[in-house]
Design a protein around this ligand. Sequence first.
Ligand code: ADP
Length: 481
Amino acid sequence: MKVLSVTSECYPLIKTGGLADVSGALPPALAAEGVAVTTLIPGYPSVLAALTNVEPILQLADLFGGPARILHGTAAELDILAIDAPHLYARPANPYLGPDGLDWPDNAQRFATLGQVAAFIAGGAAAPFVPDVLHLHDWQAALAAAYVHRQEGAQPGIVATVHNLAFQGLFPAAMLQLLAITPAQFTSEGVEFHGSISFLKAALVYADRITTVSPTYADEIRTPEGGMGLDGVLRARGSDVTGILNGIDTDVWDPEIDPLIPARFGRTKPARRAANKLAVQRRFGLAQDSGALLCGVVSRLSWQKGLDLLLEALPALRAQNMQLALLGSGEPGLHAAFSAAAVRDPAYVGCVFGYDEALAHTVQAGADALLVPSRFEPCGLTQLCAQRYGAIPLVSRSGGLADTVIDANAASRAVGVATGLQFAPVTRPALEHAILRLADLWRDTAAWRRTQRNGMAMDVSWRRPAAAYAALFRQLRPHAA
Ligand code: ADP
């Protein structure tokens, strides 16, 4: 079975968040299930630079204002089709934002291109490579479903995965002709969303199956509270919508061999984490106190992640002798507020702003607890990394966080299965209450160790999710459009 995974980011070639982790880790996991994945991705500079064994397989004279080539090659052990279209993608750094921090003004064309090329390939333009299934990730790939839907001839099955419903790819209706969307598709049963063009809706309407990245998020997005205006569309798809939990790449995230952390450790030797804790305290300028409970955060700084609540709860952390090491980047207001907190209380609050893969590993390897107070969280990956690395996750009870952390309450502790702490609702008092529960757990050393060991033993790999994706792909057969 051949799958074309269509994505705007893919670890380690280009990454802004969990989408890249998923699209990078799923192909090798699916290979073990007998599914061969080729990844179609824009030819950003970092992608083209990494590509080896390059062979041009398709020339296109004009894709939104310039010529393009489709290059087949290998990068990071992935089978890649890269869209080499310099007028769209030869831009540095972030795949979505210009140097001013704003969306590139031609993002509609840049990601409609991704969808169009996917549709060409679905129709046989890259034969002999013809996929059985298109796997579309998020809004950036979603328009492919609309283009394929109106193509003649046999077409692959389409699975669309929603990594975050908050990002929908909305553009003005005036772009209809430019984006080659037919009037027949611009209806409320098609890609129209309150008068605008919604890329994501194209996938929600025209894909054969829709997955999202956790069962709880699959439920949440079908409610008015969590559906971001698309809950009705999703409810109408009935059992075509399912949740498949993300895993993490357990070769990249393996504390026994991780080259990015100062001291390696395993489930049987968690005491070796102490050297990592000291390294984190040093790097973040915190007091070198092994007795203080060190909390880590590795996150985009955005409203979604609930970190404004954590700011408000800093006095509650301090009262329990807890330190905070925050690695993040995002909204300037949150940067400024956390910076100010670190200046006020440097022994207890330390921040590193920016994106730093190696430091993310070290925080996970050294922090005693990892805080994820998200207002909503489709799956969340950092709590999975934390559990594998022996940092106890304290998370809000939402989306994938609810599905992957077992709250250390009386019942779960009685049977010895707890892996962390959950809180709800996502408010300051509930977070502060959870901080008190974390302090209680820390004081009960035996219970803490047990919780830590349980987390480290959890299967957070891609093995089970990949089997679920493979089973889903196999249900779909190429069909006439
Ligand atoms: P989202 O995709 O919403 O940002 P996830 O938890 O699904 O959140 O995935 C975030 C990924 O990005 C994880 O792999 C995490 O380790 C990584 N990450 C987030 N912020 C940073 C940062 N500042 N530096 C390094 N890695 C980060």
